[in-house]
Design a protein around this ligand. Structure first.
Ligand code: HEC
Length: 162
């Protein structure tokens, strides 16, 4: 009888474990999404932004380079929001894992607005590059820095982990 009860208990524990694995989004999935958004920021956002900075500040690279970088930045904006599922910021995740603050989900509209500013000004830079309009590029570049990266980081990104 003991053996049977033991066996039933094991079966029950197993099914509970299976139900858990099947339904909860899980920490592992969130770890992947956090990694993905940091990579998007470093490669697609900063990487493309640097190309535009180099042109605006030092006259480096061609209008074609700037246009391609602007397209890349706009594409990155299109992917950004879905990489911030609710509950994947501090303090649910450690300071080492993420710099995202929970304020993002308390004030999603403002977060979205900063991303939209980056997307629309990147689209504008793409057009300016086609038209060889350096002044236009400079203007949109400044707006991205201020209303895109700058304001979003200021409100929604915490300090680097020590
Ligand atoms: C809509 C908000 C938003 C916009 C716009 C935005 N960022 Fe970020 N960025 C974040 C958040 C939040 C993090 C922290 C991600 C994490 O650690 O989970 C981050 C992280 C980064 C990182 C990763 C390294 C680090 O120190 O955290 C880099 C690099 C970066 N951003 C650069 C940029 C640049 C350059 C721009 C503008 C061209 C930009 N970002 C625009 C919100 C934004």
């Amino acid at each position: 009888m003991r053996l049977v009860t033991g066996a039933i208990a094991v079966v029950m524990i197993n099914s509970v474990a299976i139900i858990f694995m099947g339904t909860s989004p899980g920490k592992a999935d969130n770890d992947v999404v956090i990694q993905k958004r940091i990579e998007l920021m470093r490669k697609d956002v900063l990487g493309n932004f640097k190309v535009i900075v180099a042109h605006v500040k030092d006259g480096k690279g061609s209008m074609t380079n700037v246009g391609n970088a602007a397209k890349g930045l706009e594409t990155a904006s299109g992917k950004l929001l879905s990489l911030f599922p609710k509950g994947t910021g501090r303090p649910n995740y450690s300071n080492q894992e993420t710099r995202s603050l929970s304020k993002i989900w308390d004030d999603w509209a403002t977060f979205e607005k900063a991303n939209n500013a980056m997307a629309s000004q990147a689209a504008a830079i793409f057009e300016h590059a086609i038209n060889n309009n350096l002044d236009g590029i400079k203007k949109s570049f400044r707006i991205i820095g201020k209303e895109g990266c700058g304001s979003c980081h200021k409100y929604f990104r915490g300090p680097k982990a020590k």
